[in-house]
Design a protein. Structure first.
Length: 213
């Protein structure tokens, strides 16, 4: 498991999953049973609730970030898309991410291990920090937002993930971060374990998990 240094935070409970894929991600279509979990009414082992939504926002507010509008946790976008029937398959890693995030209410990031440069740390982004989050070159301001950073700067958070370290067709190793909170006892571990179960069932190897307070 990659070492991730976590800066002191009163609420953060970070879940980690690292896994190696048997073939490049572009050669691993999501099985039907996994895509089925992208439905809002899927028979999932976990269920989101209002407490999860509220506490995910509280986690991001702690550093002064405002998790509203376009800056709300990614998990909230998934709920709306699933309820509208527009949450569709992207790739195996992201589909597992979206399924677990949708049904736990916790935002989750997934990055390509081959694209991050150690050391890795999780902490609040500084004033004026930003990164590009899509292929069109759009940027998100990160001031006060909890982020994963590598040697080149911030690269993932509970709202958006950096285009620089996102998974792609050639990805063969994943690092998944569940942005959990100690205000929801047991939920981070449950989310981590379910993601690991899904990705293992889909063929991933050397799957490791951890939950860091």
């Amino acid at each position: 498991m990659l070492q991730v240094h976590i800066e002191a935070h009163d609420l953060l409970e970070l879940g980690l999953v690292q896994a190696r894929l048997p073939r490049p991600l572009g050669e691993l279509p999501s099985p039907e049973w996994l895509v089925d979990f992208l439905r809002a009414d899927a028979a999932a082992p976990l269920a989101r609730d209002e407490d999860a939504r509220a506490e995910a926002r509280n986690l991001l507010r702690k550093g002064g970030y405002k998790p509203t509008g376009r800056g709300k946790p990614a998990s909230e976008y998934l709920v709306r898309a699933a309820e509208e029937g527009t949450l569709s398959s992207i790739n195996l890693a992201v589909d597992a991410n979206n399924a677990v995030s949708l049904h736990t209410g916790l935002p989750i990031s997934v990055v390509d291990v081959g694209l991050v440069r150690e050391p890795l740390r999780v902490g609040l982004a500084g004033e004026g920090a930003s990164f590009v989050f899509n292929a069109s070159g759009q940027e998100i301001r990160l001031d006060g937002l909890l982020c994963l950073s590598d040697a080149e700067g911030p690269c993932a958070n509970a709202v958006k993930d950096s285009q620089r370290t996102k998974t792609h067709e050639a990805t063969t190793e994943l690092l998944v971060l569940v942005w959990g909170t100690n205000a929801l006892p047991g939920r981070t571990r449950a989310a981590v374990d379910w993601y690991a179960e899904l990705i293992t069932r889909a063929g991933a190897e050397d799957v490791e998990t951890d939950v860091l307070p």
